[in-house]
Design a protein around this ligand. Structure first.
Ligand SMILES: NC(=O)c1ccc[n+]([C@@H]2O[C@H](COP(=O)([O-])OP(=O)(O)OC[C@H]3O[C@@H](n4cnc5c(N)ncnc54)[C@H](O)[C@@H]3O)[C@@H](O)[C@H]2O)c1
Ligand SMILES: [Zn+2]
Ligand SMILES: [Zn+2]
Length: 360
């Protein structure tokens, strides 16, 4: 059987998104059908709609979601109908060379549903990050459903992408340890989550860098101890001045542009770590003095999805949220209806929101 639901579709590069009828098949082997309760608007959705993540239009957007499993394929045993789940976009395979060597968070063969969701005329949809959750229901691989205790879905869903990426960049990739100094460049949802992660890890000094004073003000609520507006001052000089002239132990680049990466490279102390979690656009390049790459030592890392393991990290973070130690609610700037995603992109672009969250 196929169900008809409403979903947010990007039909063509740079065209405004539209709400369309989406045909969702019943789950087959290895699949789960999820009733979506809430789904955050992430910068990556905008990248899709702008054609920066390939030309596979039409896309079914949305990927930061929480919901309830409605049905599962016959061979699925890890999740069951009625489970409250956060959707993840890296369901590990358990068989690739990364998984076999015991590093499943690097899995090179993550999987998605095999059946396609379609437009009413039968055109197959490409779901954003293999999820497609700006829809009343979505079909995913069962491994993309991580069961967690039931909490506010608008908040929990954000752990499914941006917040996990930021928290994980600090907690898993760097990893920040207590007493360290940290700078975070770019204070959107991802950067503020990195700040919250550094705060959880016990960093002594957390310097937030952004071009927008409103974002810097918000960054303080997540744990930033100092802020630098890099539109009006030189972030490298400011970060050095705040750390006895040395630079910080860890710099997290949550923008992903040549200039921010360069700032991150130069603003860290000797033997420090740079973590790139912002996603660069195709064609961007960076030039670094090779002698400094050697002479400064330390590590230059990238963070895919915060190097997370959803089964390990989502329940742990939901637990910290329930204890009041991780403020997920402050990331939810507003809740919106399914037909307001295009408006939410405009607000994101104008820097007015951390996250708009579609509720169903
Ligand atoms: N690595 C991952 O797995 C992963 C997951 C999700 C998102 N991302 C990426 O993380 C990045 C941030 O996502 P977001 O949702 O927080 O975006 P966002 O648009 O909400 O926030 C970006 C922030 O960076 C600031 N900014 C932009 N240019 C800057 C500059 N030159 N210097 C300082 N600050 C600058 C903006 O003012 C804004 O506050 C995006 O590139 C997104 O694609 C990565
Ligand atoms: Zn694998
Ligand atoms: Zn995202």
């Amino acid at each position: 059987m196929t169900q008809e639901v409403r979903g947010v579709v990007a039909r063509r590069k740079d065209a405004p998104v539209s709400v369309e009828t989406v045909l969702v098949p019943d789950p087959g082997p290895g699949e789960a059908l999820v009733k979506v309760l809430a789904c955050g608007v992430c910068h990556t959705d905008l990248h899709y709609r702008q054609g920066a993540i390939g030309d596979d239009f039409p896309f079914l957007l949305g990927h930061e979601a929480a919901g309830v499993v409605e049905a599962v394929g016959e061979d699925v045993s890890d999740v069951a109908p009625g489970d409250f789940v956060i959707l993840n976009w890296r369901a590990v395979c358990g068989r690739c060379r990364a998984c076999r060597r015991g590093q499943p968070w690097y899995c090179f063969d993550t999987h998605n549903a095999t059946q396609k969701m379609r437009l009413a005329d039968g055109t197959p949809l490409a779901p954003a990050l293999g999820i497609g959750a700006f829809a009343e229901k979505t079909l995913v691989a069962a491994g993309q459903c991580t069961k967690v205790p039931e909490v506010r879905p608008e908040a929990a869903g954000l752990l499914g992408c941006g917040l996990m990426a930021g928290l994980g960049a600090a907690l898993n990739t760097a990893p920040v340890t207590r007493g360290q100094s940290v700078a975070v460049i770019g204070c959107g949802g991802v950067g503020d989550a990195a700040i919250a992660g550094a705060h959880l890890a016990g960093a002594s000094r957390i310097i937030a860098v952004d071009l927008d004073d409103r974002k810097l003000e918000l960054a303080r609520t997540f744990g930033a101890t100092h802020t630098v507006n890099s539109r009006t001052s030189d972030p490298v000089a400011e970060i050095r001045a705040l750390t006895g002239g040395f630079g910080v132990d860890v710099v997290i680049d949550a923008v992903g542009r040549p200039e921010t990466y360069r700032q991150a490279f130069e603003a860290r102390d000797l033997a420090g770590t740079v973590v790139l979690v912002g996603v660069p656009a195709p064609g961007m390049t960076v030039q670094l003095p090779l002698l400094d790459v050697f002479g400064r030592g330390g590590a230059l890392k990238s963070s895919w999805y915060g190097d997370c393991l959803p089964s390990r990290d989502f329940p742990m973070l939901v637990d910290l949220y329930r204890q009041g130690r991780l403020d997920l609610d402050s990331f939810v700037t507003e809740t919106i209806a399914v037909d307001e995603v295009e408006k939410a992109f405009t607000k994101m672009h104008a820097g007015e929101v951390l996250r708009s969250v579609v509720v169903f």
